[in-house]
Design a protein around this ligand. Sequence first.
Ligand SMILES: [Zn+2]
Ligand SMILES: [Zn+2]
Length: 320
Amino acid sequence: MPVVSTTCKREPGGAKPARWVPEKRSRWLVRKARLARRAMQGKVPERFRRALELNAALADALAQTGLRHLAARVEVCHTRFRACRCENGHVWARPLRVCHVRVCVFEARERSARAAKSWGPVLAGLDRPKHLVLAMPNSPMGRLADGIRRLWGAFGRLRRMPVWKLVRGALVSLEVTFNEHARTWHPHLHAILDAPYLPWEELMAAWKQASGAQPGESRTCWIGAADSRAIRELVKYATKMASLVRHPDALEEFLRATKRMRMLRAYGSLYGLKRAVEETGVRCPDCGAPAVESEERVRVLWLDQVLWDTKGVWRPQKPP
Ligand SMILES: [Zn+2]
Ligand SMILES: [Zn+2]
C-alpha cells in the first residue's frame, strides 16, 4: 500500500502539516507488526478478530499521516499479555505495551466495561439522574481544537449559572463526530447529572447565553432520563472511528486536537467516579491487591491464550 500524505489538503491556519521525513524506521516497525499479526492469523479467536481488524485499519490510516509512528503501536496493541497473580490467588492477564491511542478499539472496550461495572450501581442509587447533551455550531476542518476549547469554555460558564445550582454532581464526556460529506466536526458533550429536577427552558436559555448564541441562533440542548444506554453513550469511542479511518487527515486532526485532553470530567457528587474508568489494571480486578512477583519466569500470553470474561477482565485461558 503506498504511503501518501493527505495533509496537503489541509486549509491554511489548520493544524501543523506533517513533515515529510525518511520513514525507514516507522515502516520497519509497521512491517514488523504486520508479521506479528500474520503469525497469529488463523489462531485468533473469532471474538477478537473484529477488534484486531479495526485496529489494523486504524494503523493503516495512521501510517498515512504525520502520526505514522503510532501505527505499529496500535497494530500490536493487545496482542500480548502477561499473566498476573495476587496474594489471594486470583489470576488475570495484563496487556503488554498498550498503545494509549485515543481510538484504540481494545482500550475503548475496556473503558466501557469498567464504567458499566463500577458506575451502574452508583447511578442506580441516584434520584432520577438526567442525561444531558450539549453542542455548539459545527467546526470546519482545521478548527476542531478551537471548537473543543470553546465548547468546554461554554460548559464552564454554564456550571456557574443559577440553573446549575440544582445539579449536585455531573459526569461529562466529550464526543466528536466527523461529517464526511460536509467535512465538518461536531464536538458535543454527554453528561450524566445527579439532578432530580431541571427545567429545560431555563437550561436552554442558560446554554445559549453561556455559549454566546446570537438572538435567533439555535443550540443543541437535549435532556432525558439517564439509563444504562446513557452510560454507554458516555464511555463509548470518543469518536466514530469508521469515518476517520477513511479520512486519515481527519484522523490526524482529531488525535492532535484531543492529545492529552481529559475527555471525561467529573464534578460534585459524582467526582469519584472518574477514577474507576482510568485505572490501569496493575491491581487485582477481584480484590484490589497488587500483583505479586512470581518466582517462576513470567509467562507472556498471546491473544489466543486469553479470554475476556463477563466482567470485562482479561484472564489467561485455562489449559484444556
Ligand atoms: Zn491500544
Ligand atoms: Zn486478588
